[in-house]
Design a protein around this ligand. Structure first.
Ligand code: TLP
Length: 349
């Protein structure tokens, strides 16, 4: 029998747990466009409560959640300040231009973590013929920087200054629970100064589908109508919300295991002098690995690993991303590290 594939491409690959499947089968449902789905309503109430915000909205994807937030916070012709490898800028098509008529104003930041000084310099002067800054977008954890995170103080500093300047702050918190767990911080405290937060149920929390937007009641009311405009008004979606409730209530408590696995993987790979890994920077579940010195390109690296049953994501020709999650255990992490080392050894031979 072939051993199971070890899929480290992303935590989006997680399958619903047996508890989720049972809850999905038993879910009470109704038409959510009429606000009649009791399970969706329960999920939204719990998300608002856990995040310490007035209201929440279930959305089909993280991308839709972020884009709804941008649309609600901005006017066409404005700019959104983001870090220059942020998901809203790099991986959501040019959705903010297509849907909201705004431009991204990307600025680089060490480890993907912005500070007020760099944001302040990117804010446009209030002159009528200049595009106006409409929103600041932060990402916690930061995906492309390797799961780095903002602390509560860093977020608060940016938000306080932004609010003084009359600007809202949206948090792309696709993996906000990973940040909260790594920081040993309550998630509501972590984001209390943000005007809106999107977080994903479908990544490390293992739900099959869905993300949440949280914010003020007024923000969520507007978000609900933009969701409908985008075709995201769902009907008996309590079957998904039931899995989402388990993701929200139960799954954050186990994320530390993923963080430990990512650290272990980083340490094992760091034993190879031909790989660039920084174990000290691995604090959550994402690990970036440079392999230029192996003289393998990413097609060779990912292809050979695939043949050995290990899936990884190529970032460019000499870097790959490995993400740990609920469907990969410690033993499989060791097997994946062995597979990567043996691909390098074959090349050297
Ligand atoms: N990230 C995916 C890919 O799109 C890169 C992944 O495999 O990591 N914000 C952040 C920070 C994300 O990492 C993602 C997905 C999203 C938003 C979008 O979520 P979905 O995929 O639900 O639209």
């Amino acid at each position: 029998m072939k051993p199971p594939v070890i899929d480290l491409r992303s935590d989006t690959v997680t399958k619903p747990t047996p508890e989720m499947r049972a809850a999905m089968a038993a879910a009470e449902v109704g038409d959510d466009v009429y606000l009649d789905d009791p399970t969706v309503n329960r999920l939204q109430d719990r998300a608002a409560e856990i995040f310490g915000k007035e209201a929440a909205l279930f959305v089909p994807s993280g991308t839709m959640g972020n884009q709804i937030a941008i649309r609600v916070h901005t006017e066409p012709g404005q700019e959104v300040i983001t870090e220059d490898s942020a998901h809203i800028y790099e991986f959501e098509m040019a959705a903010m231009a297509a849907i909201s008529g705004v431009l991204a104003r990307p600025i680089p930041a060490p480890d993907g973590i912005l500070d007020w000084e760099s944001i302040r310099k990117a804010i446009r002067p209030k002159i009528y013929y200049r595009a106006q800054t409409g929103l600041i977008g932060l990402e916690n954890t930061h995906n492309m920087a390797g799961g780095t995170f903002y602390t509560k103080q860093q977020i608060e500093d940016i938000c306080n200054h932004a609010h003084d300047a009359g600007l809202p702050v949206h948090m792309d918190g696709a993996r906000i629970f990973n940040a909260a767990v790594a920081l040993k911080e309550n998630v509501a405290n972590l984001v209390c100064s943000c005007d809106s937060v999107m977080f994903c149920l479908s990544k490390g929390l293992s739900a099959p589908v869905g993300s949440m937007l949280v914010g003020s009641r007024q923000f969520i009311e507007r978000a609900r109508s933009i969701r409908k405009l985008l075709g995201g008004g769902m009907r008996q979606v309590g079957v998904l919300a039931a899995a989402g409730l388990i993701a929200l209530e139960i799954m954050p408590a186990r994320l530390d295991e993923d963080h430990q696995n990512a650290k272990l993987l980083a340490e094992l790979l760091n034993e190879s002098p031909q790989l660039d890994v920084k174990p000290e920077k691995v604090r959550t579940n994402i690990l970036m690995v440079g392999f230029a010195r192996t003289l393998l390109d990413s097609t060779q690296m990912t292809g050979r690993l695939r043949e050995m049953g290990v899936l990884v994501s190529a970032l460019d020709s000499v870097r790959m991303r490995l993400v740990t999650h609920n469907d990969v255990n410690r033993e499989q992490i060791c097997q994946a590290a062995d597979a990567i080392k043996s691909v390098i050894a074959q090349k050297n031979a």
